[in-house]
Design a protein around this ligand. Structure first.
Ligand code: SF4
Ligand code: SF4
Length: 540
């Protein structure tokens, strides 16, 4: 294992620092890159004589290569530099957006953001804006739901102000959610310490800013049925946690997927949390999702372990990687565009970077010239796996032959559970596992028909949960295009369906297949099966 020049960590905050320490402890050399001039860390933070490089005011501008052999180009304050490294970890800090505008308030000595109050409380000798005996009001999701991380921070600051600064704290809230992450206990503690909660469920307060810069909050109290006017000495507005703009740039440079909020894949349940769609590029803490500091530390430890694992295994080339017959390739670049793991690179023609290929089969299924092969996924290999149950067709009543193509990250597991629990299953069912349902090809479907399938079901992960990002969408699109062929062959469209399922849905697996069987019984034997010598696929 070569541990030199192995990992770039992007970020200048505590999460990046923790990852760097962790890797250094494991003997792995690191380059920490921060776009900020004053990153939250400096070289003297690290133990002496450890292989660490710290680059500040440095932005990543380009990345070539794949796991184990990335070349990263950077702009160091106007100078172009490059590093050859094995792995990359994104741990860029997130950004806080105070909701002043949302409440119609202008920041002032008396109207502060949550982060400002946090800074004041942590360095009261430098900033005396919060004085003993003040009435302090926090807005916590008053007009727009707030994240539990923010709610937790408001409660912690309230406790500090109430006990250490002898303030009377009020928390004005809309729909305060205190489930999970110890918030319930924190809520009770704040109440025990004398923090007053004012909840608005039916009507909202009117908020304005007075000449002395204090907020004027007027409201109708739903419990006492009285009108109130309240002018706290300090009003603290809540904040939204958003990804940094630089993170958005980084995801473009590294070709990484993002979630709806702009973070890097917080919501892909098919992926180990710190993994991205690219092998060798990891994401942790504030770059991954909205988290508490405690969760950042867990992510940092996971990222450290994952980097170590990747280096230890030296990114083995998977056996079932894609291979391109470059002689027949017409350079349409479909594979290059669609590979979710950025495992296809370009020179005169595309080539597969074996270490990064996950063998999903999407490129092979989409290549218009069928020049891409993957071990185990060729038409004949799939055909060999479609074996008609021996006693099928000997009964007096029609028992359909059903082929279910199952994504092995969801449907195959649901099938195993269903079988183990002895749930109902069609007698004539054969399941064929695919690494990703997105790898189903026209050829696979035709082979199933030639083998005499009366009905074909493709089972994919739920949308948004696909390990290959859009494998389930490609599977549906391909099935739709095959249906036109069904029309031309005079086959009923209902003989081919696509369904989504999760790995724990054994009951649903059983129900989907038994209902499909009933549907096929109504249609009768497939026209192609009738004309075939069943069980002998001579078409290869
Ligand atoms: S099999 Fe999947 S991961 Fe491998 S090159 Fe093709 S699309 Fe990319
Ligand atoms: S999809 Fe097929 S033909 Fe098109 S570039 Fe890729 S390998 Fe070549």
């Amino acid at each position: 294992m070569d541990l030199q020049n192995t990992t770039i960590i992007i970020g200048g905050g505590s999460c990046a620092k923790k990852i760097a320490f962790d890797l250094l402890e494991k003997g792995i050399s690191v380059t920490v890159v921060s776009s900020e001039e004053n990153a939250g860390l400096c070289l003297s933070d690290f133990p002496k004589n450890t292989p660490v490089e710290l680059l500040t005011q440095t932005r990543i501008i380009k990345c070539r290569g794949a796991v184990g052999n990335f070349t990263v180009s950077m702009d160091l304050n106007g100078k172009l530099i490059e590093r050859n490294i094995s792995n990359i970890v994104l741990a860029e800090e997130d950004r806080r957006e105070p909701n002043f505008g949302l409440y119609g308030l202008t920041p002032s000595e008396r109207i502060l953001s949550l982060s400002q109050v946090n800074d004041i409380i942590n360095e009261p000798q430098r900033d005396d804006r919060i004085k003993s005996g003040f009435k302090t009001a926090f807005f916590a999701g008053l007009l727009r739901e707030t994240d539990p991380v923010i709610t937790g921070q408001i409660m912690l600051l309230s406790l500090d102000l109430q006990s250490r600064f002898k303030n009377q704290v009020y928390i004005l809230t809309g729909n305060l959610k205190v489930a999970g992450d110890g918030l319930e206990a924190l809520y009770r503690k704040t109440r025990d310490e004398g923090v007053v909660y004012i909840k608005f469920s039916n009507s909202l307060p009117s908020i304005s800013q007075q000449e002395d810069n204090r907020a004027l909050i007027e409201f109708y109290d739903e419990i006492t049925a009285e009108q109130f006017k309240f002018t706290p000495d300090i009003t603290v507005v809540d904040e939204a946690i958003v990804p940094s703009e630089y993170l958005s740039e980084l995801t473009k440079v590294f070709k990484l997927g993002r979630d709806m909020a702009g973070f890097v894949q917080s919501d892909n349940v098919r992926r180990i949390p710190v993994y991205t769609n690219r092998k060798g590029i990891l994401v942790a803490g504030p770059s991954r999702t909205i988290q508490t500091r405690f969760d950042h530390d867990i992510d940092a430890a996971n990222a450290g372990l994952s980097v170590y694992g990747l280096l230890k295994d030296s990114a083995p080339v998977p056996e079932n990687r894609a291979e391109i017959d470059r002689g027949r390739c017409v350079r349409c670049l479909t594979c290059y565009r669609l590979c979710p793991f950025i495992a296809i690179s370009l020179d005169a023609k595309p080539f597969v970077v074996g270490e990064a290929c996950e063998g999903c089969g999407i490129c092979a299924a989409e290549c218009p010239k069928t020049t891409i092969t993957i071990k185990g996924l060729s038409g004949p290999e799939i055909s060999d796996r479609i074996v008609r149950p021996a006693d099928l067709g000997r009964e007096k009543v029609f028992t359909p032959f059903i082929v279910a193509f199952c994504c092995n990250r969801s449907a195959s597991m649901a099938r195993d559970l269903a079988v183990n629990n002895k749930l109902d299953m069609p007698k004539g069912l054969v399941t064929v596992e695919l690494p990703c349902a997105g790898g189903i090809s026209l050829d696979h479907i035709l082979h199933a028909l030639r083998k005499g399938a009366d009905g074909i079901m493709i089972l994919t992960c739920h949308e948004g949960n696909c390990h290959s990002e859009k494998g389930n969408i490609y599977a549906r699109r391909r099935a739709d295009s095959v249906l036109d062929l069904f029309d031309q062959m005079g086959l009923e469209r209902q003989r081919l369906v696509v369904k989504t399922i999760a790995s724990n849905m054994a009951m649903e697996f059983s129900e989907l297949l038994t209902k499909f069987e009933e549907q096929i019984i109504v249609l009768g034997v497939s026209k192609i099966a009738k004309t075939k010598d069943i069980g002998d696929d001579k078409t290869g």
